[in-house]
Design a protein around this ligand. Sequence first.
Ligand code: 2RA
Length: 335
Amino acid sequence: MKVAVVGATGLVGTKMLQVLAERNFPVSELVPVASAKSVGKEVAFKGKQYKVVSMEDAIAAKPDVALFSAGGSTSAEWAPKFAAAGITVIDNSSAWRMDPKVPLVVPEINADILTSNDKIIANPNCSTIQMVVALAPLHKAYNAKRIVVSTYQSVTGTGVKAVSQLKGERQQEVAGATGDYEMAYKYPIDLNVIPQIDVFVDNGYTKEEMKMVNETKKIMRDDSIRVTATTVRIPVMGGHSEAVNIEFENEFDLADVRNLLETAPGVVVVDDLASQQYPMPKDAHEKDEVFVGRIRRDESQPKTLNLWVVSDNLRKGAATNAVQVAEYLAASNLI
Ligand code: 2RA
């Protein structure tokens, strides 16, 4: 299968190449694509070097599928052009997620909505993906009414510049190094937390928080689920962490909840208080699962559960989920 990766030189694009290789996706030919300034650069894939090409050349190469992670404006402009050429686009940006004609897919939950007519498919936001992978089996069993989520998000969610800001600040603090890094954030991130991810919107929330609210309803195909979110950036590399409080319609038994999570696709339960076992970004890093722990009843009100959910935001939160969508399309002969 001829596969294009648009944004092949970015953090997520590079991870897409890694995951395609690791999962042995049947790539007969790779078409790495990036902005004009990166055309001609080389990227490595399965031991071979490939030259980055332009958008126009990528369309001309007529790949079967194009994995996009190149920002919302690029996707808004170019995804339709790829689709018009008969190329199926799996887009990791927010550009198409809430378009009613575009499927927003987490394969473990709603891949069944995909058809051969879908030429643009949206990959959900990383912080949404990990939450709904844990939520899905519980919602099916107990009918979630309301979710309160607080996130603790890795700087890798912002990109290369944020990673270098964190490392630069740390070197400055530890070794008194000169600050030869650019600021990805308005404020220092090391030894700090920033309660803002993306820009603020009119209701006082950020776009990141509203993504969690709106995308959850669409993926779960249930507009009745009430969600409120606080998304926070923290000086961590390995993945996003989330404290998730879920109020259900129906009563639950904790042992049953644990069993549902242990048998849910894409979920690993790490929850043993006696040995202080719980999910942490350092353990989730470079893994594809969603790790769930601190499973406990919310004793402040009935039928309500607290969870701690951790996942590598570059993998299941972005690259792996996109590749899993492509795997489903290939297995279902939809590409
Ligand atoms: C973030 N979820 O963490 C956003 C985009 N990757 O910055």
